[in-house]
Design a protein. Structure first.
Lengths: 646, 253
């Protein structure tokens, strides 16, 4: 068994990071110039890390599969970014942000990591402002904030409904400056297909040039995975079409353990699925729940008439509407955390109150807010979201409530990392959504942006130095080493194997089939029988895929079907591990809801005695069951309690 | 409400094997497309039909499918991002088309955006322009508090209007001169409107314009096609601001 040392520093919670920084090693500027770092992915985590590391003097090679680093899917984050600035004087603090995050994550995250995240959060806002991020401002010229789910303070900074875009452009600008100065070599339209490990240390990657199809070797002294989450395992998700889990998964197969794969976030406010031609789902920001009220009809016959199109939502009088979140959770109301809001929507729809033709939608209604604040205020706050909704659905949300339904949005699970963000492979780091560290079993809104930038700007640039200080005598990695040749051959033979199947069904056929399976059995509600069935069905579908997928075109040319096939091949494996993890965790917590573990009023019921640990899975070979390790979660500052938002 | 089904459409599409090969138009028929589907979902279905027939699918760029990443392009029936206004191709829906329509799809056409394959073009020139000064020169750390320098609400909003550019290349594709002025001016305006970006405003304008010229984009003749077609409604007034910054940079040389 490998060593699972989380390297959490000793001492009081509030002093851990400062003490750790004082204790770790630093690389001199002269030596930084000799060291190379590979960063895979250019979203908030990757772009901020690549830029910051290059500013420090390291030689950075950055990779993205898109045609420009600016297109990484962080760009689609809408609502905002949390920071414990307490500009509002509403009694916010580092401790409160830490506490909210631990509680929101249903007590399944590491205290020390989360505290550090809260601690560096104010610096992120300062950094972004200095880069020229046009955050929303009050009339006095100071930064505006709003509220998000699962909290009672207003700590979310935003740039209209395009906060992710603006933060990413900030990081991209910083990255561009380093490219301009020659400190970062940027490889666009390149996809990492494997990790190269030499003498137990990460030394490089094998990547495919997606334009020419050429498979290439890249060496470095350390490798950083910032490749996001695996939400596209569901086929229909709010992720970008190309978002994938392959970089992290190849690292897993090389020995980087994978933690809590069953923790995925189902976001409550997405535009519902229409028909069977759909390729992806669109999120409507959680920020809308600041001003929107969620409801379904009180009477089943009204729901029935809505489904048949016989009445419109505005025909239903106020007294016949069930504002079920306000009813069930009076203190948090419409701003309960995402997992709670999603389950509540599913509960109402399953009970027969769904409002669209499929019976799988609830209303998000702005009429009260428009009456109270006026249309222009709502336009300024959410204009782009309302426009997006109208373009997709052909319904004007200023006139009629939006229809929404939960959809997969984010992965809390990911590559296991220690306090330094290093994986179980020395020299391999994982940051942002790609790692598992900060959000426990459920992420709070506006915290993904915070974590990506915290890792990239303020944590990794410190902790990676501690490892690289031991590498200053290591010469430039030789990409002709046998390990590179061997890994490249393996990559090539897998690509050739896919091309040679020459079956009858396109990749999408299998991806949709996998998505249905995962949504049905490893989605919002899970049980033992379903999970066991899922494992079997995933295995047989994977077998069919490898025997019958049809990939036209050539290996040595731009081939989007081949790209998709490689990613899907890994999604099968990821889905299976998700099911195994969900099966093992016989408790409900956050986004992981086991039907066998429910409180009397239908809420998720944790079992701290048996499950207060992170599940850390170790690869043990093709077709072999992975090995489960447990990292115990110890809480020194927070008392565990059943989460309540009532 | 169930969406109407378009029983038959004719798709005329540009096919080109790679950058060196000669391209041509091909016509494909497609059936039973829901008007609730997006344009790219229609192409997905067409592609899967082609694969089943053993024809290589049409290569096109796309990623977020939420109108924000800027990866999708496509010149549809003579308009970048198609006939709808204020949307990218991924947000264009089939309800904008009728039964029996013939839809012509081409890649962006500009010398600065060479075709890579089918409908995919190389837009790395945009990255290169931004690398030539489209940033504020600050390192990570050691910056003042976010509230240390007040920014008026109006300036922040105007900066945001310009910063909403998604770098998709519509402006270049729509312009008869293949000018990148709207794109360049959006970045120059975004940063010039904020005190943090003002320090380097002149140098930024000078460097970015020089890079734009070097990369083979054409000049601006104020036809306004860029603004009319821009999916994010970036205003042409940004070009006026760029000209102002650029001229004052030249005068102060």
């Amino acid at each position: 068994m490998q060593n699972l040392d989380s390297k959490i520093p000793g001492g009081p919670l509030a002093e851990k990071w400062a003490k750790h920084k004082a204790a770790i090693r630093v690389v001199s500027p002269a030596n930084k110039r000799k060291l190379e770092i590979i960063v895979v992915g250019t979203g908030l985590g990757g772009a901020s890390a690549a830029a910051s590391l290059a500013e420090l003097g390291y030689n950075v090679k950055a990779f993205c599969y898109q045609d420009s680093p600016r297109r990484a899917h962080s760009i689609a984050a809408q609502g905002g970014i949390n920071a414990a600035k307490n500009y509002r004087n509403d009694n916010d603090s580092v401790y409160r942000l830490f506490y909210d995050t631990i509680k929101g994550g249903d007590y399944r995250a590491r205290e020390a990591n989360v505290y550090r995240l809260a601690e560096v959060s104010p610096n992120i806002i300062d950094q972004c402002v200095a880069q020229g991020v046009p955050f929303a401002r009050e009339y006095g010229g100071l930064l505006d904030t709003r509220s998000f789910g699962g909290v009672l303070v207003s700590r979310t900074f935003y740039a209209r409904g395009q906060t992710g875009q603006q933060l990413l452009i900030g990081a991209y600008q910083a990255l561009n400056r380093q490219i301009d100065q020659g400190n970062v070599k940027m490889y666009t339209r390149h996809e990492m297909l494997d990790l190269v490990v030499i003498d137990g240390k990460a030394r490089g990657i094998i990547a495919r040039d997606l334009v020419t199809g050429e498979v290439r070797r890249f060496g470095a002294h350390a490798v950083v995975i910032a490749s996001g989450g695996y939400g596209n395992v569901f086929f229909l998700s709010t992720n970008a079409m190309g978002s994938n889990g392959s970089a992290a998964w190849q690292c897993y197969k090389k020995g980087a353990m994978f933690a809590n794969p069953c923790y995925v976030q189902i976001h409550p406010t997405c535009i519902p699925v229409h028909g069977d031609q759909q390729s992806k789902l669109t999120l409507m920001s959680e920020s809308l729940r600041n001003d929107g009220r969620v409801w379904v009809p009180k009477k089943k016959e009204d729901a029935e008439k809505l489904r048949q199109g016989k009445i419109r939502p505005n025909d239903i009088p106020a007294e016949d509407r069930d504002y079920y979140l306000e009813r069930r959770y009076p203190s948090y109301g419409n701003l309960v955390p995402r997992d709670v809001a999603s389950r509540a929507a599913k509960e109402r729809c399953d009970a027969g109150f769904g409002v669209n033709s499929e019976g799988k939608a609830v209303f998000l209604d702005f009429s009260d807010a428009i009456k109270r604040l006026g249309r222009s205020v709502i336009e300024e706050r959410y204009g782009n979201l309302f426009q997006m909704y109208e373009k997709i659905t052909d319904v004007d949300p200023y006139q009629e409530p939006m229809q929404i339904y939960p959809a997969i949005h984010y992965c809390m699970g990911g590559t296991w990392v220690d306090y330094n963000l290093m994986t179980t492979i020395p020299g391999l780091y994982a940051i942002g959504e790609a790692n598992f560290s900060d959000h426990g079993a459920n992420r709070l809104g506006a915290s993904a942006l915070m974590q990506g930038l915290a890792d990239g700007y303020f944590i990794l640039p410190y902790t990676i130095g501690d490892y690289l200080a031991g590498e200053i005598m290591t010469p430039k990695t030789d990409t002709n080493a046998p390990e590179f040749v061997e890994t490249e051959n393996r990559v090539l033979s897998r690509l050739e194997k896919l091309m040679k199947v020459r079956g009858t069904k396109p990749v999408d056929y299998y991806h949709k089939a996998l998505g249905h399976l995962v949504w049905e059995y490893i989605g919002m509600s899970r049980n033992e029988a379903g999970l066991k069935k899922a494992i079997q069905e995933i295995q047989s579908l994977r077998k069919e895929f490898w025997g019958n997928v049809k990939i036209p075109g050539e290996l040595n040319n731009l081939n989007q079907e081949l790209e998709k096939a490689g990613r899907l091949a890994d999604f099968f494996d990821i889905a299976e591990l998700m099911a195994r993890d969900a099966l093992n965790r016989k408790e409900s917590c956050g986004g992981h809801f086991r039907e066998e573990s429910v409180t009397e009023d239908g809420e998720a019921k944790r079992n701290d005695e048996e499950f207060a640990y992170a599940s850390v899975w170790e690869y043990s070979g093709e077709e072999k069951e992975p090995v489960l390790h447990r990292e115990p979660l110890t809480f020194e500052s927070i008392k565990l309690s059943q989460r309540s938002y009532k | 409400m169930a969406d109407k089904i378009l029983k038959k459409l004719n798709i005329v599409v540009w096919r080109q094997k790679d950058a060196k090969s000669k391209g041509r138009f091909e016509t494909y028929a497609i059936e039973n497309i829901s008007q609730g589907s997006s344009f790219l979902e229609m192409l997905d279905i067409l592609n899967n039909n082609l694969i089943e027939k053993g024809i290589e699918p049409i290569a096109f760029d796309h990623d977020c499918r939420e109108g924000i990443c800027g990866m999708c392009s496509l010149y549809i029936n003579g308009h970048p991002h198609g006939p709808d206004t204020e949307v990218t191709t991924c947000q264009l829906h089939m309800r904008k088309f009728d039964e029996g329509d013939t839809i012509t799809i081409e890649p962006w056409r500009s010398r600065a955006f060479p075709v890579i394959k089918d409908l995919i073009v190389n837009r790395s020139a945009f990255d290169q322009i931004l690398q030539a000064g489209g940033y504020v020169s600050v390192n990570t750390g050691g910056v003042p508090d976010g509230n240390a320098i007040p920014v008026s609400h109006e300036d922040a909003e105007e900066a945001m209007d310009a910063a909403a550019c998604i770098g998709c290349g519509t402006c270049v594709a729509a312009c008869k001169n293949s000018s990148a002025m709207l794109f360049v001016s959006a970045k120059v305006s975004h940063l010039a409107k904020l005190p943090q970006g003002q320090v380097e405003a002149k140098n930024r304008a000078r460097r970015m314009v020089a890079k734009m010229d070097e990369l083979g984009f054409g000049g601006c003749t104020n036809t306004g096609a860029c603004e009319a077609e821009c999916p994010k409604s970036i205003s042409i007034s940004n070009i006026a601001r760029l000209n102002r910054e650029y001229l004052s940079a030249r005068f102060s040389e």
